[in-house]
Write a protein that binds this ligand. Structure first.
Ligand SMILES: Cc1cc2nc3c(=O)[nH]c(=O)nc-3n(C[C@H](O)[C@H](O)[C@H](O)COP(=O)(O)O)c2cc1C
Length: 417
C-alpha cells in the first residue's frame, strides 16, 4: 500500500463540525428518530404515575402487546422499477381531506401528561393538516380546541354518560362549534383494570405522597408546569357539576345500546362514527344501520385484555362491509409503516393515541410536531420503497402477516382442531 503525508486541506474538509443547537428541547426532539425514542424521552421527563397512566393498558397488557406485535409481524411486498417522482400521502375521509392517513385519537386527561395537553395536539394537527379528536374526558374545552384549530378538522369523541342530558349537551356544543365528526365510543361499559395505576396509587387529580414527591425530584419542570397552569379538570364537563370521580364513573355506562345510537344520530348533523368495534357482525350491523364509519379498536388495550387484534380484523371486516365503507383502525400504531400496512389492507384511515402522547410528554407542542414528522417520513419512505406513489395504489397484496398470532378457526367440533 502506498502511503502519503495527510493533506491538511483534505483534513480540514473532513472536520465539518455542526454548530451545537443551544435549544435543549429542539436538540432532544431532533435526536428522536422513532416513536420509541420519543417514548424513552417521555419516560425520563414525566412522573411515573402520569407516564404509566398513558403507557399502561389493562390487566396483563396483552391486548396492547399483541396489537403491536401484529404490526411488527407484517411482511411488505415491494414492486420494483416503478418510477415515481414524489409520494402523495393525502387522503379523503368522512367528507374531508387529510394530508396524512392518520388523525389524533381522543385521549382523556391529556393535560396531565404535559400541561399543553390538547392545545398542543390540536395545534400540531392543524399545522399538519390532519384531524384532531377531542375526548369527552378532555382537559380543554370544545370551544378552546376549536379556537386552536379554527380552519382544520375537529372531531369530538362522545361517551354516552349515565346522565344522558350531559352527553346531549356536549353533542349540541360540538355541533355549534363546527366539529365535523362525532365519534361514539362503545367499548367502555365498565372501566378496564389498569393495574399500573392501582399499584402507583394513581389518582385524578394527582395526590402528593412521599413516593410522588421522591419521584418528582428529578422532574421539576413537569411539576412547575403542573402547579402554574390552570387546574386539571374535565374541561367540557366542568359546567355540569359533580366531582372528577363522579363524572368519570358516569362516563362508563353498561346500559348503552343501539337505542342510544339512534338518539345520537338524530341529534348530530355531521358524520357519525362508532369507535371500539371488535367483530365482523357488529361492523356489518353498524354499516347497515347507516353509520358513516367505524373504528376497529380495543381502546389501545385499556379495556378488555386479550381482545381481538384490530389489525387482524381489518381484512375480514373490509371483505364483509366492502371497500367503500369507512373502516378505520387503531391500537398499537408505533410507526408510519404500521399505517401503510393498515391502508393496504383496506383501512380508510388510522388513529394514533400513545404515539401522540409520547411526543406530547417528550416536548409539548414541538414534541407532537416531532411525532407527526417521524410518522410522515416513515409513511413516505415505506410507500416509496413499496413502489407506490399514492395511497390508492396500496393493495392487500403489498402486505402479508408472518404467522405467529394466527387465530385458530372457530370449530364447533373439538376433534376437528
Ligand atoms: C391515556 C389514554 C387515554 C385515552 N382516553 C380515551 C378517551 O377518553 N376516549 C376514547 O374513546 N378513547 C380513549 N383512549 C383510546 C384512544 O382513543 C385510542 O383508541 C388508543 O390510544 C389507540 O391505541 P394506541 O395508543 O396504541 O395508538 C385513550 C388512550 C390513552 C392511551
Amino acid at each position: 500500500m502506498k502511503r502519503q503525508l495527510p493533506n491538511p486541506r483534505e483534513l480540514l474538509e473532513l472536520m465539518q463540525f455542526k454548530k451545537p443547537d443551544l435549544n435543549a428541547r429542539r436538540r432532544r426532539l431532533d435526536a428522536a428518530l422513532t416513536i420509541e425514542d420519543l417514548r424513552a424521552i417521555a419516560k425520563r421527563r414525566t412522573p411515573a404515575a402520569a407516564f404509566d397512566y398513558t403507557d399502561g393498558a389493562a390487566d396483563g397488557e396483552i391486548s396492547l402487546a399483541r396489537a403491536r406485535q401484529a404490526f411488527e409481524d407484517v411482511e411488505f411486498h415491494p414492486d420494483i422499477l416503478r418510477p415515481a417522482e414524489r409520494v402523495d400521502t393525502s387522503t379523503t375521509v368522512l367528507g374531508g381531506t387529510s394530508a396524512l392517513p392518520f388523525g389524533i385519537a381522543p385521549t382523556g386527561f391529556t393535560r396531565l401528561m404535559q400541561s399543553e395537553g390538547e392545545t398542543a395536539g390540536a395545534g400540531a394537527a392543524a399545522a399538519a393538516g390532519i384531524p384532531f379528536t377531542l375526548s369527552t374526558l378532555g382537559t380543554t374545552t370544545i370551544e378552546d380546541v376549536k379556537a386552536v384549530n379554527p380552519h382544520g378538522r375537529n372531531w369530538f369523541q362522545l361517551y354516552v354518560m349515565r346522565q344522558r342530558e350531559i352527553s346531549y349537551g356536549l353533542v349540541e356544543r360540538a355541533a355549534a362549534a363546527g366539529y365535523d365528526t362525532l365519534m361514539f365510543t362503545v367499548d367502555t361499559p365498565v372501566a378496564g383494570a389498569r393495574l399500573r395505576d392501582t399499584r402507583n396509587g394513581f389518582s385524578i387529580p394527582p395526590q402528593l405522597s412521599i413516593r410522588t414527591i421522591a419521584n418528582a425530584i428529578p422532574r421539576p419542570w413537569w411539576w412547575y408546569d403542573f402547579l402554574t397552569t390552570p387546574k386539571l379538570e374535565f374541561a367540557s364537563l366542568s359546567t355540569t357539576g359533580g366531582t372528577v370521580g363522579e363524572l368519570l364513573n358516569s362516563a362508563m355506562d353498561p346500559t348503552i345500546s343501539y337505542d342510544d345510537l339512534e338518539i345520537i344520530r338524530s341529534m348530530w348533523p355531521g358524520r357519525l362514527v362508532v369507535k371500539g368495534v371488535q367483530n365482523v357482525p357488529d361492523a356489518v350491523r353498524l354499516i347497515d344501520r347507516g353509520v358513516d364509519g367505524i373504528v376497529l379498536s380495543n381502546h389501545g388495550g385499556r379495556q378488555l385484555d386479550r381482545a381481538p387484534i384490530p389489525f387482524h380484523l381489518l381484512p375480514q371486516v373490509v371483505r364483509e362491509v366492502g371497500r367503500d365503507a369507512t373502516v378505520m383502525v387503531d391500537t398499537g400504531i408505533m410507526s408510519g409503516a404500521d399505517i401503510v400496512a393498515s391502508m393496504a389492507l383496506g383501512a380508510k384511515f388510522t388513529l394514533i393515541g400513545r404515539a401522540y402522547l409520547y411526543g406530547l410528554m417528550a416536548g409539548g407542542r414541538q414534541g407532537v410536531d416531532r411525532t407527526i414528522a417521524i410518522l410522515r417520513s416513515e409513511i413516505v419512505r415505506t410507500m416509496a420503497l413499496l413502489g407506490v406513489s399514492s395511497l390508492e395504489e396500496l393493495e392487500p397484496r403489498h402486505v402479508t402477516q408472518l404467522r405467529r398470532l394466527e387465530p385458530m378457526p372457530l370449530e364447533t367440533d373439538p376433534a376437528a382442531r
